[in-house]
Design a protein around this ligand. Structure first.
Ligand code: LER
Ligand code: MN
Length: 272
């Protein structure tokens, strides 16, 4: 298991759950100094960034790219996979395919499918949402299979997204898409709201989980609130979860403090 920190070089809101913000050198230095082994980069469009620079910089710092956050496609560009507008749907699929072609240069950089899938409330009916989302996911899965890149369908709480809140919903959709490169991405903050029995849900989906986010119940760094991370760490050990655990919390009281306390706490709880 590798500990990862959320980072961005883009402008994002003060409450966005991304710890390190700033230029590439600054965010990678912060992640390395706090003791992380990898980073999750939140990238608006992989096709328009200097991918070589990112790769070289990560190698220089000895950090892995564990995951690509894709939410800006929805938040800033209003692109989403379930759109009934064919042009929007196509652009959303192309955005995700661009991230997939970027992720292929790394060992296991998961392309996150969170808000970029859209919401049922963005569509004229539940059926339209389901049909459009399935069509788009199948197109993305084709690209993912070509390059052996995993996409992680993130289960997000009901207040932020009106579908795919619970792990079992994710499992059902993944079965419909039918690609082993579409996996489940869990997040302690969302599970704390949505799952009745977190352990049972994780154990049931264990073979499909490709990425993990951690934040406390108040979305501060793990250890600030009342989620039992020691037990959560034991569940990940029980299923022999091999991939990254990325800290995705609000940068409170500031990014450097949040990132360092999160890393110290998680090492204490998760690493033998
Ligand atoms: C994204 O990983 C996430 O967890 C959402 O809550 C983004 O707002
Ligand atoms: Mn998350």
């Amino acid at each position: 298991m590798i500990l990862s920190a959320t980072c961005t070089t883009n402008q994002v809101g003060p409450n966005a759950p991304i710890i390190y913000r700033g230029d590439l050198e600054t965010v990678l230095t912060s992640a390395k100094d706090a003791g992380y082994g990898g980073v999750e980069m939140h990238i608006r469009d992989s096709e328009t960034i200097d991918k070589g620079l990112l790769k070289d910089s990560l190698e220089r710092f000895g950090l892995e790219l564990t995951s690509i956050g894709t939410g800006e496609a929805y938040n800033k560009d209003h692109l989403f996979l379930s759109s009934e507008d064919k042009a929007v749907r196509k652009a959303a699929v192309e955005r995700i395919c661009g991230h997939i072609r970027h992720a292929k240069d790394y060992r296991h950089a998961v392309v996150i499918l969170g808000l970029v899938r859209g919401k049922t409330s963005n569509c004229s009916s539940r059926k339209a949402y389901d049909d459009c989302l399935l069509e788009s996911l199948k197109a993305c899965a084709e690209e993912a299979e070509k390059y052996g890149v995993y996409m992680g369908m993130e289960m997000i709480n009901r207040y932020e997204c009106d579908d795919l809140n619970r792990i079992e919903e994710g499992e059902a959709l993944i079965e419909k898409v039918g690609s082993r490169f579409l996996g489940i991405h869990i997040d302690t903050y969302h599970m704390n709201i949505e799952e009745g029995d977190i352990r049972a849900a994780i154990v049931r989906a264990k073979d499909e989980i490709v990425h993990v986010h951690v934040a406390d119940n108040d979305r501060w760094y793990p250890g600030h609130g009342h989620i039992d991370f020691e037990s959560f760490g034991k569940i990940l050990k029980e299923i022999s979860y091999p991939w990254a655990v990325a800290v995705e919390c609000r940068p409170y009281p500031d990014g450097l403090t949040a990132g360092k306390l999160a890393a110290d706490n998680l090492k204490k709880w998760f690493v033998d």
